[in-house]
Design a protein around this ligand. Structure first.
Ligand code: HH2
Length: 294
């Protein structure tokens, strides 16, 4: 079993150090059908090349996923998910200079990735899809992102009814995390993510971003994934994800202003510039809010 090593410790420190800019998590989907990068990196060689390119473009964490979770996506058989991500993680874990996160809902994939050297598990079901996930997290104690969703990607858009979208999502996230905490995952290793686009309408996505400081005020570091998502297309009238780079930049700027600490993006170079600039503005002058309500 891989220990919670120096790489993971340094990553956790960087996540929590608000004097430093939030971290750029580069997305690498080894899938044929992801909503933006599907099919681009679905061979081993193409994925390997993109991983290295992500580092050169400034990604500070690489998030590797083998299953699309876009609305209506069907689950991928576990053997297929394994074939897509495990050999890649095996190849990269020893050689990539940045930490690897595995984007999976499955405990067996998380376990294998962690034993190969991944230091982070990013679970879009907040550890609920696979009943074995809490145990694996409690055993390996990685940094673990609990992202909010209701239902599954197949049916989540039928579950968008909230009393108060922010309060309900925070409460449901806190409930979802308890199993992993009881299984031994340290609270300090948990990162929360409101799950932009997952069982949320585009208007609810806007409200979550507008009120993101309520998530940062929970005390958990916040990860956010706005990159090229459909709420941007809805507001700007841009049905094509390839046209949503500037919209992404606007949403990233807001998320940084409101205290998000991990920014999950397809475009690490461009969004890295947005993050560093917004953070520099936040650090200047007496109004050093870092996401707290003033
Ligand atoms: N969004 C997606 C996948 N994983 N993880 C976190 N923590 N936060 C997110 O917002 C998030 C996520 C969906 O985006 P993408 O991976 O680009 O697409 P797809 O699910 O189609 O592969």
């Amino acid at each position: 079993m891989a220990a919670f090593d120096e790489k993971a410790k340094a990553l956790l420190e960087a996540i929590n150090d608000k004097e430093r800019p939030p971290l750029i998590m580069g997305i690498l989907n080894v899938t044929p059908d992801s909503f933006y990068d599907g099919g681009r990196y679905s061979t081993f060689e193409a994925a390997l090349e993109r991983a290295r390119e992500m580092v050169a473009l400034g990604a500070q964490i690489l998030d590797i996923g083998g299953e699309s979770t876009r609305p209506c996506a069907k689950p991928v058989p576990v053997e297929e998910e394994r074939r897509r991500v495990i050999p890649l993680i095996k190849e990269l874990a020893g050689s990539l200079p940045i930490p690897i996160s595995v984007d999976t809902r499955r405990a067996s994939i998380a376990e294998e990735a962690l034993s190969l050297g991944a230091v982070m598990v990013n679970d879009v079901s907040a550890f609920r899809y696979d009943p074995e996930m809490p145990k694996i997290l409690g055993t390996y104690k990685p940094i673990a992102v609990a992202m909010h969703m209701r239902g599954t990607p197949e049916d989540m858009m039928a579950h968008c009814h909230y009393n108060d979208v922010v309060k309900d999502v925070i409460r449901e996230l806190e409930e979802a995390i308890t199993g992993a905490l009881q299984a031994g995952l340290p609270k300090e290793h948990v990162v929360v993510d409101p799950g932009i686009g997952f069982a949320k309408t585009w208007r609810q996505c806007l409200e979550i971003l507008n009120r993101l400081e309520e998530f940062t005020n929970t005390g958990y570091p916040v990860c956010i994934g706005v990159s090229r998502k459909s709420f941007i297309g809805q507001v700007l009238g841009l049905p094509e994800p390839s046209k949503r780079l500037f919209g992404t930049a606007g949403a990233v700027a807001v998320a940084v202003m409101k205290g998000a600490r991990i920014i999950r993006v397809h475009d690490p170079k461009e969004m890295g510039e947005v993050v560093r600039l917004v953070h520099a503005i936040m650090k200047s002058g007496p109004n050093r809010g870092f996401g707290r309500v003033q």
